[in-house]
Design a protein around this ligand. Structure first.
Ligand SMILES: [Zn+2]
Ligand SMILES: [Zn+2]
Length: 229
């Protein structure tokens, strides 16, 4: 074993437990703790459900986007990693998440023409230094070989959605987005990219604005979602 390690020294460390590994992002042990959405999922919002078909929330309220797919449940290790990606400047996590997101999108076989990241307002962007959704969108663009357009602009700096209820979230993001580079989305099917799908209020508002400006269907990919979010 030691001899082999001398011949083929580990090149990197696991992003969770920091054990030396030869390739990739996670050691096998940490990889086995990732929680994928594997059973039934809502055929609109992609949240895990206990039966086949559409969740009650989507049946009642519907969405502006056609479908969302999230490879992971928003829980445990994945939740921690998303926190590190968003708030602790670990932008190198983008390719890790994008590998799983790209695979999930490929399986859906959607007719996507253009990839659009959910934008941050300039003030938030200056604070954080990067837009996490744009990093994911760029990685997805490479992997899916589909053009990325920064077709949305956040014109109002909304307060964070975290503490708000569903109705408040919808109000909070109303009128927050505008389309730029309209040519890149007119007549096109768009794939919106964001980190987490909670109520979907932000993604609905983005999808609505894209469609009002001539986009055809809007699909969504996010890293994670969960039950009762
Ligand atoms: Zn590990
Ligand atoms: Zn649903």
């Amino acid at each position: 074993m030691i001899f082999l390690d001398l011949l083929f020294p580990p090149k990197t460390t696991c992003i969770i437990c920091k054990t030396a590994i030869k390739t990739g992002y996670l050691c096998d042990k940490c990889k086995s703790t990732l929680k994928f959405i594997e059973g039934n999922r809502c055929n609109i919002c992609g949240k895990p459900i206990d039966y086949e078909g559409t969740c009650l929330d989507c049946l009642e309220h519907g969405h502006e986007f056609k479908q969302n797919i999230s490879p992971f449940e928003y829980d445990g290790v994945v939740k921690d990693l998303i926190g590190r990606f968003k708030y602790f400047k670990e932008r190198e996590l983008a390719p890790f998440f994008a590998d799983y997101m790209a695979d999930a999108v490929k399986k859906m076989d959607w007719p996507i023409d253009v990839i659009v990241p959910v934008p941050l307002h300039k003030i938030r962007l200056d604070e954080r230094g990067y837009n996490q959704s744009e990093l994911l969108a760029r990685e997805l663009s490479y992997r899916l070989n589909i053009f990325m357009s920064k077709a949305l602009r956040r014109v109002r700096n909304t307060i964070t959605q975290t503490a708000l209820h569903k109705e408040e979230r919808i109000e909070n993001v109303k009128g927050a987005f505008k389309v730029t580079y309209k040519d890149t989305i007119v007549g096109k099917n768009a794939l919106l990219v964001d980190d987490v799908l909670t109520t979907g209020a932000t993604l609905d508002e983005c999808a609505k604005v894209l469609k009002e400006n001539g986009a055809k269907d809007v699909y969504v990919v996010t890293i994670a979602t969960g039950k009762n979010m």
